[in-house]
Ligand binder design. Structure first.
Ligand SMILES: Nc1nc2c(ncn2[C@@H]2O[C@H](COP(=O)(O)OP(=O)(O)OP(=O)(O)O)[C@@H](O)[C@H]2O)c(=O)[nH]1
Length: 399
């Protein structure tokens, strides 16, 4: 064998080794420096409108406590939706003011226009009173405000526009009554056995006033404040109401207790929702209702039953009556009936963005003797604001 053949063989083996090594290393060198793990990857975006939560199902037998609510098994490969972050509640007061001001508010503007005249005649005073009546303030409160203004005008005159505005602001504020307690009882309490019991809020009112929307918006307010919430879809009259509520709940990670049975007993759903709230140790259970009843005794029976079954499980801390601000005197008649049968503790005045008749706030508080606690200012998810008398009156008067 020639002497340099060995050299060629050794060289060949070395080259082969290098080729194999390079082939093994190549994929490692081309991989991205850091592959995120499943936990590090952003969760996929859920569709905004048709997403639903894992809903608790219920049936009528549950009223007797024989059928506890059941939640569908959580599946490991279920996509985790991205939850909305509701707007902080404090920022909403400014929006209330801006919206009221933007609505053109004939009430404030017309009152100021008349009051700014040099010498107020009897006709001017009549015009002022008529303006208040047209804004749904109501006869008694309107007459009271005119009396107060007449006294002020006698004492101070009406020449200085700044003074006129201050005078009117103070008179309107008195009518709205800043001294009323407008807080919502949504903190859990302690039961006799020392266990935490959720606060239950029942939402009532005739159909179409905005109950379901209000429950959804209120859930967001409570989530923004750090509360654990459960929703009860006791509006079993309109099947879409429960779906609507599930959409609201899913956007902020709040479970919804509902029935999939047509025309199920609303009291059974309310009961299951409260029991589920207790089991899950949540802070608040919000219960939506139908309110689609032809007569007062039917309404009384249904709401009475809902109240009784809720109170078996937890204290009913709030009964919120939802009224549509655009319905004027009609809304007042509804308020009267619900006030008599439902033990209303607070009013939610919706659709204030659609009317310049803010005076309904005054009339409805007088009618029921309970405060307006929340106002709806639009169809957006965060268009629900705690009612604040000063901001409201400033909105009426404009800047
Ligand atoms: N502009 C405006 N629209 C509102 C407001 N609140 C509710 N709505 C609208 O009013 C309509 C009725 O609202 P719902 O929440 O379905 O009313 P509901 O009282 O639950 O109705 P039923 O389930 O039929 O009894 C919807 O189109 C809402 O978007 C509000 O503050 N402003």
């Amino acid at each position: 064998m020639p002497e340099n053949l060995w050299i060629w063989i050794v060289l060949g083996v070395v080259l082969l080794g290098l080729a194999v090594g390079a082939a093994l290393l190549a994929p490692r060198l081309t991989r991205r420096p850091h592959e995120p793990s499943a936990a590090e990857r952003p969760a996929p975006q859920a569709p905004a409108d048709d997403a639903t939560t894992d809903a608790t199902t219920t049936d009528d037998a549950a009223v007797d406590g024989t059928s506890p609510p059941t939640l569908p098994e959580a599946s490991a490969d279920v996509e985790v939706p991205v939850l909305d972050v509701p707007e902080p509640v404090t920022g909403r007061l400014a929006r209330l003011r801006a919206r009221l001001a933007r609505s053109g508010s004939p009430l404030g503007a017309r009152l100021l226009a008349v009051l700014s005249r040099d010498h107020l005649s009897e006709d001017d005073w009549d015009e002022l009173e008529e303006t208040l009546l047209l804004a749904d303030v109501g006869a008694g409160p309107s007459a009271g405000l005119i009396d107060a203004l007449r006294t002020q005008v006698r004492v101070h005159g009406v020449s200085d526009p700044v003074q006129v505005r201050a005078m009117l602001r103070s008179a309107l504020l008195d009518l709205v009554d800043p001294s009323l307690d407008r807080s919502l009882a949504t903190d859990p309490t302690l039961g006799e056995d020392g266990a935490r019991v959720p606060s239950v809020v029942l939402v009532v009112g005739v159909n179409g006033t905005g109950k379901t929307t209000t429950v959804g918006k209120l859930a967001r307010v409570l989530v923004a404040e750090g509360s654990d919430v459960v929703l009860g879809a006791a509006d079993t009259f309109r099947a879409a109401a429960a779906d609507q509520l599930e959409t609201w709940g899913s956007r902020v990670g709040v479970p919804v207790v509902r029935s999939h049975k047509d025309g199920a007993d609303p009291a059974a759903v309310a009961f299951d929702a409260v029991r589920h709230g207790r089991t899950e140790d949540v802070d608040v259970v919000l219960v939506d209702t139908a309110g689609r009843l032809q007569n007062k005794s039917g309404l009384m029976d249904e709401l009475g039953k809902i109240r009784r079954v809720i109170e078996k499980e937890a204290p009913l801390r709030e009964v919120l009556l939802v009224l549509d601000a655009t319905t004027g005197q009609n809304g007042l008649m509804q308020a009267r009936v619900f006030g008599e049968v439902a033990g209303v503790t607070g009013i939610v005045l919706t659709k204030l963005d659609g009317t310049a008749k803010g005076g309904i706030v005054v009339a409805v508080q007088r009618e029921l003797g309970v405060p307006v606690k929340l106002v709806g200012l639009g169809e957006g998810p965060d268009d629900l604001a705690p009612f604040e008398p000063e901001a409201f009156v400033d909105g009426l008067l404009g800047d």
